[in-house]
Write a protein that binds this ligand. Structure first.
Ligand code: C6P
Length: 421
């Protein structure tokens, strides 16, 4: 295993080697058929399926715990508050944060990056300052920074990539300047699966006193994350990509960063006192959670975290690496297929083109065969432009996928090519 692939050393338990047939039974949706065909779900980078324990957690919440939190003295409110705060402790454990106060619940990755760009940005970014992102980013890690730059007259600098889809680290070092205020990079590319050497990149930025935000939307589902070991200032992920529900995710921020940031939104629950003249705010994380949050979502995200720990993060890394290696080998045997991006370290997703067949046609025909992939620009238009393609077809994997499913995908692609050539 490589030196930049995060190692599973923080796992509390490694219960058994991953048995995919047993694991699949935890996901009721994997039994459905699309028309006559059994579902083959290879769109996990967009959103993963949910195990029964997560579905149960949502149902249990509404059947037995439902009430608003942090407000009531009654039984249900206290129960809901306890469960919500327990989910915060689980999330802190999931990423090895020093304290649960460093975990803010948000709607997902997009909201978290907007929160930092708006709140942290309003405190620290001035005209002429520079923000560094990379050419691999998802729009969620581009647009909020562009909006901030437009607001204050700052500049966005972009780390280039090579033709394989790896970051140019020499160019990164050259981009760091006395004007750089923050580096915001994805851990794993959603479009082509590049695993970036973020630990080294964080160290380099920190040696110049520059904080680093990591978009972990595509790494949290695949690797154990240790924010203390990474030493990142912010780490962000969406629960729906790691087997939890939609509409919930987390923003990790180092305590000193969060405490220095003004609130993002104002309203109930985020205040200490309100008069008609002035309000004072709670400390983090409360000051960033205005209004009634997604209580059921947070609790169910906690259930997803428990589930991942039960499967064993080390098991997941080992199994998924085998799967992606197999996928690349097998897909390359399909005549006319070319992989888009061949990064040194790859996780989660494989993008490809098939002769002159449009990716949307690939996606539509595969769907008729029960195979779900994503076709398009994957919310990474600058990356598509850099790679010289308008769109790609993308297969993305979870630990419930099998080599047999990859074989079925490959056979289906061979047939699609025959149709068009
Ligand atoms: N990528 C994909 O199919 P939200 O939508 O807020 O949960 O996540 C946004 C996001 C941010 N960063 C990265 C690296 C991502 O991959 C995503 C979501 C999905 O690739 C939907 S576009």
């Amino acid at each position: 295993m490589s030196n930049i692939m995060p190692q599973p050393k923080t796992d509390p338990i490694i219960p058994f080697p991953l048995n995919v047939e047993t694991v699949r039974r935890d996901f009721p949706i994997l039994d459905i058929h699309v028309g006559e065909k059994p579902l083959i779900y290879l769109d996990n980078a967009a959103s993963t399926q949910k195990p029964q324990v997560v579905i149960d957690a949502i149902q249990r919440y509404y059947m037995l715990q439902n009430a608003n939190i942090h407000r009531g003295v009654h039984y249900l409110s206290q129960k809901a508050t306890d469960a919500y705060e327990e989910a915060r402790r689980k999330t802190a454990r999931f990423i090895n944060a020093e304290s649960e106060d460093e975990v803010v619940f948000v709607r997902g990755t997009t909201e978290a990056i907007n929160l930092v760009a708006t709140s942290w940005g309003s405190r620290y970014i001035l005209e002429g300052d520079e923000i560094i992102i990379s050419h691999l980013e998802h729009h969620a890690n581009i647009v909020p920074w562009q909006m901030l730059c437009e607001r204050v007259g700052a500049h966005l600098k972009v780390i280039p990539i090579n033709d394989d889809g790896d970051l140019d680290l020499d160019a990164y070092e050259e981009l760091l300047s006395d004007q750089t205020r923050i580096v915001a990079i994805g851990h794993v590319s959603n479009a082509i699966g590049t695993v970036n050497p973020i630990k080294t990149m964080i160290k380099t930025a920190h040696s110049r006193g520059i904080p680093v935000l990591i978009d972990g939307a595509q790494s949290a589902p695949h690797f154990p994350i240790d924010v203390q070991d990474l030493d990142c200032d912010f780490f962000i992920a969406s629960a729906h990509k790691f087997y939890g529900p939609t509409g919930i995710g987390f923003l990790y921020g180092k305590a000193h960063q969060l405490d220095a940031m003004p609130p993002y939104q104002g309203g109930g629950d985020m205040i200490q006192t309100v008069t008609l003249e002035k309000s004072t705010y709670k400390k983090a994380p409360g000051r960033f959670e205005a209004g009634t949050p997604n209580i059921a979502g947070a609790i169910a995200m906690g259930a997803a975290i428990d589930y991942l720990e039960h499967i064993g993060r080390a098991n997941i890394v080992t199994y998924e690496q085998e799967l992606i290696t197999y996928a690349k080998e097998r897909l390359q045997k399909v005549e006319g297929l070319s992989l888009i991006g061949e990064p040194a370290e790859q996780a989660g997703a494989v993008s490809f083109a098939l002769d002159s067949v449009h990716p949307h046609d690939i996606g539509t025909i595969l769907d008729k065969k029960g195979i779900a992939v994503r076709a398009g620009h994957h919310c990474a238009q600058p990356l598509m432009k850099r790679l010289g393609v308008p769109a790609t077809a993308r297969a993305s994997f979870a630990f419930y996928n099998t080599k047999e499913e990859i074989d079925s995908l490959s056979v289906a692609l061979e047939k699609i090519r025959d149709l068009f050539v």
